[in-house]
Design a protein around this ligand. Structure first.
Ligand code: CTP
Ligand code: MG
Length: 236
């Protein structure tokens, strides 16, 4: 019985703007992906990390990770990813050895997640939860709208903010449960952006543990400013 981390890192990073694939962009001189791999390897629960690389970039990612060694305790595999996040996670799961019984799925785009958050998710899975997500309450009020391309969008509903949570990664799973979710879920277009949502569709209970503000996702250019500031604060 072992816990592995699967890191989907195959996205282009369109919302971040032109440049290298998002996971390979530097944060204070070190590729985002390397920060993310280190964050997973820092957890004593994790003994294997599977990095899902941009489809044409697996060899480049392999040599990059070899430049930033992690120590003896953590094995790192690199596999090529797919056209959607869901497909990339599926390809990562397919690379897991038989003795892996629990899986943490972690976005390369959340490079600064603290080890305590990783440990809390892994512990909840080890204690028997089939699916665990770290999440935070929302700062903004959320409106559901009727989407429109051409003008103001009518508001349809305002969900009670106190009942909402913004979910992060790593999301932790019993391996068989996550595999079943990926085997049974068929999505069009973008695919699922959240593994736990696929498990919910199986009718399996998903639980929330506290997330962390430093587990934010680097999505837009301003997020790079925040990430650099967090790293500067850690060095101080
Ligand atoms: N991801 C992936 N394979 C894809 C698409 C996304 O492995 N085909 C990964 C990204 O590399 C990222 C995580 O899923 O670590 C979360 O996705 P997101 O933040 O949306 O990253 P991108 O898809 O790269 O960004 P964008 O949507 O702005 O293009
Ligand atoms: Mg995306």
């Amino acid at each position: 019985a072992r816990t592995a981390a699967v890191i989907p890192a195959a996205g282009r990073g369109i919302r971040l703007g032109p440049g290298a694939p998002k996971a390979l962009r530097a944060l204070s001189g070190t590729p985002m992906l390397v920060h993310a791999v280190r964050a997973m390897a820092a957890s004593r629960a994790v003994s294997l990390v599977v990095v899902v690389a941009p489809p044409e970039g697996a060899a480049e990612v392999r040599s990059l990770l070899d430049e930033f060694p992690l120590g003896e305790r953590t094995e790192v595999l690199v596999v090529p990813g797919g056209a959607t996040r869901q497909e990339s996670v599926r390809l990562g799961l397919a690379a897991l050895p038989d003795d892996v019984t629990a899986v943490l799925v972690h976005d390369a785009a959340r490079p600064l997640v603290p080890v305590d958050t990783v440990d809390a998710v892994a512990a909840a899975v080890r204690d028997g939860a089939p699916a665990v997500v770290p999440a935070l309450p929302l700062a903004d009020t959320v409106k559901q709208v009727e989407p429109r391309e051409d003008g103001p969008e009518p508001v349809v509903a305002t969900p009670d903010r106190a009942l909402l949570r913004a979910v992060q990664t790593p999301q932790g799973f019993d391996r068989a449960t996550l595999q079943e979710a990926h085997d049974k879920t068929v999505f069009d277009g973008e695919g699922a952006t959240d593994d736990a949502g696929m498990v919910e569709r199986l009718g399996v209970e998903v639980v929330v543990v506290p997330g962390h503000e430093e587990a934010f996702k680097v999505t837009r250019p301003l997020d790079l400013v925040l990430a650099e500031a967090v790293l500067a604060r850690r060095r101080a």
